[in-house]
Design a protein around this ligand. Structure first.
Ligand code: F6R
Length: 331
């Protein structure tokens, strides 16, 4: 798994070499991204990027249910690394009836066959990785598709700059991940504290990615607090919590002064408990670079933590168990 993450710059370069291969035509008012788990995160990151550079909203759908407003003005991007996830296949089938223009991103599977049979734009990413470790391939292929279709969120040159940035930052990310994984091992595993990832908007997608990586690779339960929203609900839960021991991972963008002050405020709340703190600062010149750097640290640290615990980071047996049952649940 570590190798898969260390190869991220290569994944970005490979996707860049195919930039321009895929495009769709149409006049859309919004983009809706469908997908679950490690594939669904592509939608989260596109939505994050659209906040800064998008001229249209990006809607993220992590469900088999297609919203009723999806129609002819929708560009629907269906992402499933395996191409075999039931919720995503069901969404695809419903999208076929909606009038939306569809593009499918996968490494093969049922969705590849279905897309090709229906003449739907099909973007193929390399096979053989864990879906979560394939984030750069799925994300950059989708960014290339959007750019080539006239719906640019990230231009090719900005994507190329980010590839260079990531190449330069790999060893820094490895060091940051090593330090963070040791801290998590001490505070969350040995001291049995509940890990809380706290961040500020607009970085919610990154905190959720951290949680997912720690869930799937390290096999631990994690809570996410996003400021300022968490000051309007979660914060009250800390008045009389059942679990007082917290391992608080603060993910901040130092260039966001208000965001940093909001996270500082939350520290005063957690400090009333038996809390340990770790602050991780984003590196990068723009949202894409920050998201890629922090995601790389999250991936590496979560794999390292699994290894310290003697667990296999790649195995996700509960997901496999669910997937076996899912056909029955949805039938
Ligand atoms: C991440 C992971 C899961 C899958 C999810 C959906 O590595 O294993 O979160 O991403 O179960 O499967 P795919 O991505 O194949 O559609």
């Amino acid at each position: 798994m570590l190798e898969q993450y260390l190869n991220w710059p290569r994944q970005v370069r490979d996707s860049l070499s195919k930039w321009g291969t895929w495009s769709v035509r149409g006049d859309f008012t919004h983009v809706a991204v469908f997908g679950m788990g490690g594939s669904g995160v592509v939608g989260d990151y596109l939505a994050l990027l659209s906040l800064e550079s998008g001229k249209y909203p990006v809607i993220v759908v992590k469900s088999h249910i297609v919203p009723s407003y999806v129609g002819e003005k929708t560009l629907a991007i269906v992402v499933s690394y395996s191409g075999n996830t039931i919720e995503t296949i069901m969404a695809f089938e419903n999208l076929l009836k909606s009038g939306a223009t569809i593009a499918v991103v996968s490494s093969g599977g049922v969705l590849k066959t279905m897309a090709q049979e229906r003449g739907v734009t099909y973007v193929e990413v390399p096979k053989g990785l864990a879906p979560r470790a394939s984030l750069p391939s799925m994300l950059y292929s989708t960014l290339g598709l959007l750019d080539s279709s006239g719906y640019t969120l990230v231009s090719k040159s900005a994507a190329e700059n980010s590839a260079e940035f990531l190449e330069e930052k790999v060893s820094e990310a490895v060091e940051a991940a090593r330090d963070l994984s040791k801290w998590l091992y001490e505070e969350a595993v040995r001291a049995e504290r509940l890990p809380v990832v706290v961040t500020h908007s607009p970085l919610e997608a990154i905190a959720i990615r951290f949680k997912n990586e720690l869930n799937e690779n390290s096999k631990i339960v994690v809570k996410v607090d996003i400021a300022p929203e968490c000051m309007h609900n979660d914060v009250v839960g800390y008045e009389a919590p059942t679990t007082r021991r917290l391992a608080v991972l603060e993910v901040v963008d130092p260039s966001n002064e208000v965001g940093t002050k909001l996270v500082d405020f939350m520290r005063s709340i957690y400090s009333e408990h038996d809390a340990a703190f770790y602050r991780l600062a984003a590196a990068g010149r723009n949202v894409l670079e920050k998201a890629m750097y922090l995601s790389l640290v999250a991936g590496l640290a979560s794999v390292m933590l699994a290894e310290m615990r003697g667990l296999d980071p790649a195995a996700t047996k509960s997901i496999a168990m669910y997937k076996k049952k899912a056909a029955e649940i949805f039938s």
